[in-house]
Design a protein around this ligand. Structure first.
Ligand code: KIV
Ligand code: ZN
Length: 508
């Protein structure tokens, strides 16, 4: 491995899977491991084989099936753990046994109840046993950042003498900070006499939100491998996020002078897969993979990004596998952003029409968090055609329950005349729509129905959008209300009014 490359050790399937609430099936782990191989990570830590039969099966299957990366399994510094780990990883073309034991006083005294000498002996014995099976042996002094330096340096030297090829320094409880952790790595480089016989690795947790910063500082100070997870999942506040480290190195190569072998275009796909399979959602403002990471809402930003994306984007969306950035239309958006989106949607509008559309857009943006393309279509149509409200909802009454046939009665004013109809349906919305169909007598097909909350809380305003088609004509209708049924009826009538206007105008 060239000096310029940082080795990416992915532990999504081991430490990441230790996230509260995340538990993956064996086949799901295999799927993820395949994707990690496509992402081109150097090492996959596939699990902790002795911890359960399912963990063992997953590590073994991944070792058998996944080609490319080193496949590592975790083992405590105990003979049984190491034997079991080997049984699982031995099928890999490039197997690794990763063994660990805690070295900080608080762990040694209160968790393990042993002396430092006993711990050192166990570590050396574990590495020797692992080495009997496999050339590639990683050793981690757990809770390194809270371990007395003399003991830490002593145990590192001893396990390298015993055959360890990788020394991993975990900030197990995310206690360190970039300056201190960087210094620790530099000191290990300077003070452990045989350190150049092993790869120096780091493994940072995010309890104080510094896992990525600590990992990058370690790289600056001589760490050659970083352990990380997709989306930063892991025990408690998680591990250092793979995508953040990789993109920091790529984007600031001028500063770090290091590269990785990661195919960054696979990042988004991998992130989505991890989120989907673990059920752990990615916060919208998460760096690199959050839904807002390449979204621009303010007018000034949108204007600048449309002129030259580099104004507010330090990396391209394509570099992580996204097709484009996202211009979010909302209350902070300006005319430029709106105009560009309308042009992209194919509308050719006069300056006067654009003025009116912008006015309506701002009124709607005051009520809604985000304005979607369908909303724009409605506004444009309202402004460019004169939509006549032929059908106006006067009242509705719905009878529904879990053990009854949903029935609706609807009263609609059609050209000032009040008409009523009742109908049964598969559900209350269906019943109401059937009653409306009886009044309107315009055979249409309901192609799409969506419901979303446009405000939050229990009294959230619900918005229903429907797409209605008749022959070659297709229209979108929108209705909002705190009552989902009312929003549904309004959306349907809105679509029918548009369709009627369209038909009448064509006939003229
Ligand atoms: O956080 C930690 O210390 C670990 C070790 C097992 C490497 O996950
Ligand atoms: Zn960990």
């Amino acid at each position: 491995m060239s000096e310029n490359y940082v080795i990416i050790f992915d532990t999504t399937l081991r430490d990441g899977e230790q996230s509260p609430g995340a538990s993956l099936e064996v086949q799901e782990k295999l799927m993820l491991a395949m994707q990690l191989a496509r992402l081109n990570v150097d090492v996959i830590e596939a699990g902790f084989p002795i911890s359960s039969p399912a963990q063992f099966d997953a590590v073994k299957l991944i070792a058998q099936e996944v080609k490319g990366p080193v496949i590592a399994g975790l083992a405590r510094s105990l003979a049984l753990d190491i034997d079991r780990c080997w049984e699982a990883v031995r099928f890999a073309k490039k197997p690794r046994i990763h063994t660990f034991i805690a070295t900080s006083q608080v762990h040694v005294k209160h968790k393990l109840r042993k002396s430092e000498d006993e711990i050192l002996e166990m570590a050396v014995a574990a590495v020797k046993r692992a080495k009997g099976y496999c050339e590639d042996v990683e050793f981690s002094p757990e809770d390194s950042s809270r371990t007395g330096k003399d003991f830490l340096f002593r145990i590192i030297e001893a396990v390298i003498d015993a055959g360890a090829t990788v020394i991993n320094i975990p900030d197990t409880v995310g206690y360190s900070n970039p300056e201190e952790f960087g210094n620790l790595i530099r000191e290990i480089r300077e003070k452990v006499p045989n350190i150049d016989q092993a790869i120096l690795s780091v493994h940072c947790h995010n309890d104080l939100g510094m896992a990525v910063a600590n990992s990058l500082s370690a790289i600056r100070n001589g760490a050659q491998q970083v352990e990380c997870t997709i989306n930063g999942i892991g025990e408690r506040a998680g591990n250092a996020s793979l995508e953040e480290i990789v993109m920091a190195l790529k984007t600031r190569k001028d500063f770090y002078g290091k590269e990785t072998r990661i195919r960054t275009e696979e990042i988004m796909k991998t992130s989505r897969m991890v989120s989907h399979l673990t059920g752990i959602v990615v916060q919208p403002n998460k760096a690199i993979v959050g839904a807002n990471a390449f979204a621009h809402e303010s007018g000034i930003h949108q204007d600048a990004v449309l002129k030259d994306a580099r104004t507010y984007e330090i990396m391209t969306p394509q570099s992580i596998g996204l097709a484009t950035n996202k211009i979010v239309l909302g209350r902070h958006s300006g005319r430029h952003g709106l105009k560009k989106r309308l042009e992209d949607l194919g509308y050719k509008l006069s300056a006067e029409e654009l003025d009116k559309i912008y006015q309506r857009f701002m009124e709607l943006a005051d009520k809604k968090k985000e304005i979607f393309d369908e909303d724009l279509a409605v506004i444009v149509e309202d402004i460019t055609r004169e939509i006549k409200e032929v059908y106006h909802l006067e009242y509705f009454h719905v009878f529904s329950g879990n053990n009854t046939i949903p029935t609706a009665t609807v009263g609609i004013k059609v050209n000032e005349k009040l008409l009523h109809e009742a109908a049964c349906g598969d559900g209350p919305v269906d019943a109401a729509y059937k009653a409306i169909d009886k009044i309107v007598q315009l055979p249409v097909k309901l192609e799409d129905y969506t419901l979303r909350a446009v405000t939050s809380g229990k009294d959230a305003l619900g918005e229903v959008g429907v797409t209605v088609a008749k022959d070659d004509k297709r229209v979108y209708g929108r209705g909002t209300s705190t009552d989902v049924l009312e929003a549904s009826i309004k959306a349907y009538l809105n679509a029918l009014n548009r369709l009627t206007t369209m038909i009448n105008q064509k006939g003229k």
